[in-house]
Design a protein around this ligand. Structure first.
Ligand SMILES: Nc1ncnc2c1ncn2[C@@H]1O[C@H](COP(=O)(O)OP(=O)(O)OP(=O)(O)O)[C@@H](O)[C@H]1O
Ligand SMILES: O=P(O)(O)OC[C@H]1O[C@H](OP(=O)(O)OP(=O)(O)O)[C@H](O)[C@@H]1O
Ligand SMILES: O=C(O)c1cccnc1
Ligand SMILES: [Mg+2]
Length: 489
């Protein structure tokens, strides 16, 4: 297993776009490597046309930054890179500089499992320009995917109304790493367990599983297959009842369930993986109930997503547990979040922060300049607005006005004295971790608790009400002036 061994145990410093290294070299040649900069990572639109997003991936980022070091193999690889002329791409002194580089940034981030919205920084990286730059690609790689999948899982589990959702995605996930990261993020987003045993081992996620059609097909009869399974796994019997005929399958499951009872064991439930899931789940419930198996679960699977879960609920299907794979772990209807990482400010020779702006014809693509933080306000315990502000201009007493970054006619006055919290928490200071990494179960609980603090209107699957996120007035003015200045250049 050379590939996986190299992937997970070697240095990940080269897991980056080559242009980060060409820029790093050019920064070094220009004497700019140590100039202090601040970058923000944010996305522009909630995925799946939804009304919210769940932040995930920070724990990977922490690992990545703590281990950020070019090892000898990395340096040799770079030393051997040749330009078009056949000359080495990078001077030796630069390679040595990379070898000596020690991660020394300040990082502030939104904790995993937090509900987040477009345009607010999920991560703020402050430090030497070259280090901030080199972190762009890996940070985006990690956070884009895990945040996307955690959000998908949250949508699905909301649709399931608190019932168990089992993540079954490994076989159709985007490769090995995609599968592992997806299982982790799906758990954070609200799934109860994963079928991916390695994810269970690596992340401490509960693992669960039933059995496949092949198990049934390997016997002469379905009944024999159920009996043999019950013999082998008396405490873990979820019988897959649809291999031949679901009605007969249910009769067989009940027969074996009764035998289990005689042994003092309980059948956990049945699984239905084809056909009309509303019709067959209701049939299963009725048959199980009349046989006295009131506690037995009806598990359903087969190409499910949040919309089908919602529809099956409306149809009053008797499903208690949802097995969901492909559409969850591949984020089927939106395969990328589209978060970006932009320079927001740089320190000038005098040590003053100079806000930076990337202009664009599309207003949505103009970044928010300056050294920012985000404050979330709650009214009677319910989240009511997020304010992006310049960290050195906190003014709590005033009762700020927030202005929509895209449509400045949308404004909201925040009342004085509302409960509030800062969303960006200190993670690293001068390269040292200052954040206690929470357990994955704690993160999952945060997702649930966070979602409960938002109005239903933001959580519905289609046409959600847009949650207000705005720029504090002085930040809005700064941005507007910079845009006007840039356009007049
Ligand atoms: N009551 C229902 N309402 C809406 N969608 C449903 C309902 N029951 C099942 N579905 C969905 O309809 C699709 C049916 O899939 P498909 O056409 O592959 O049939 P199938 O039953 O899986 O067939 P096969 O037995 O060949 O696997 C699946 O995505 C399934 O989740
Ligand atoms: O449908 P998903 O959400 O991806 O969930 C996982 C699916 O994987 C398994 O069968 P598989 O699809 O491999 O075979 P089958 O459809 O022929 O049963 C399982 O029975 C589910 O149907
Ligand atoms: O345990 C299961 O039932 C399972 C696991 C993976 C994929 N489909 C089903
Ligand atoms: Mg299938």
């Amino acid at each position: 297993m050379k590939i996986t061994k190299d992937l997970y145990q070697g240095s990940l410093a080269l897991l980056t776009d080559f242009y980060q290294l060409t820029m790093a070299y050019a920064y070094w040649k220009s004497g700019k490597t140590e100039q202090e900069a601040v970058f923000n990572l944010f996305f522009r639109k909630n995925p799946f046309q939804g009304g919210f997003t769940i932040a995930a991936g920070l724990d990977y980022v922490i690992d990545y930054c703590r281990n950020f070091k070019y090892d000898q193999n990395d340096l040799d690889y770079l030393r051997n890179m040749k330009g078009k002329s056949g000359e080495p791409m990078f001077e030796d002194a630069f390679i040595n500089y990379l070898g000596d580089m020690k991660f020394s940034c300040d990082i502030d981030a939104v904790e995993e499992g937090t509900v987040v919205f477009p345009n607010t920084p999920l991560i703020r990286v402050k430090g030497p320009l070259v280090q901030c730059q080199l972190l762009e690609t890996p940070l985006l790689n990690i956070l884009n995917f895990q945040t996307l999948i955690a959000t998908k899982a949250a949508r699905i589990t909301l649709a399931a109304g608190g019932e168990d959702v089992l993540e079954f995605g490994l076989r159709r996930a985007q490769g090995i790493d995609g599968a592992l990261a997806a299982s982790r993020a799906a758990y954070i987003g609200g799934c109860s367990s994963t079928s991916n045993v390695m994810a269970g081992k690596l992340f401490g996620i509960p693992v669960s599983g039933t059995h496949a059609h092949s198990w049934i097909m390997s016997f002469d009869t379905e009944l024999e297959a159920f009996e043999a399974y019950a013999e082998a796994m008396p405490d873990n019997c979820v019988f897959l009842v649809d291999t031949y005929d679901t009605y007969t399958g249910l009769l067989n499951a009940i027969k074996v369930g009764k035998k289990l009872q005689e042994r003092g064991k309980q059948m956990v439930g049945v699984r239905i993986d084809s056909g009309d899931l509303a019709y067959y789940s209701n049939m299963a419930r009725e048959m199980l109930d009349s046989a006295g198996f009131h506690e037995a679960k009806v598990v359903a699977s087969n190409d499910l997503d949040e919309y089908l879960v919602f529809s099956l609920k409306v149809q009053e299907a008797s499903i208690n547990v949802w097995g969901i794979g492909t559409k969850l772990v591949t984020a089927y209807d939106q395969p990328a979040l589209g978060a970006v990482y932009k320079l927001a400010a740089i320190k000038d020779q005098q040590g003053n922060w100079e806000p930076k702006l990337k202009v664009s014809q599309q207003t949505i693509k103009i970044n928010i300049p300056g050294f920012q933080n985000v404050r979330r306000y709650y009214r009677k315990g319910v989240a009511s607005a997020d304010m992006i502000f310049l960290e050195d201009q906190q003014n709590e007493e005033k009762g700020p006005l927030i202005i929509d970054p895209i449509d400045p006619t949308k404004r909201k006055k925040i009342d004085i004295g509302l409960e509030s919290e800062l969303l960006l928490k200190p993670i690293f200071r001068h390269g040292e971790k200052v954040y206690a990494r929470p357990e994955i179960h704690e993160i999952k609980n945060r997702t649930k608790a966070n979602l409960e603090r938002f109005d239903k209107a933001h959580k519905r699957l289609v046409n959600p009400h847009i949650y207000p996120v705005g720029l504090e007035e002085s930040l809005f003015n700064l941005k507007t002036n910079l845009v006007l200045k840039a356009k007049n250049q």
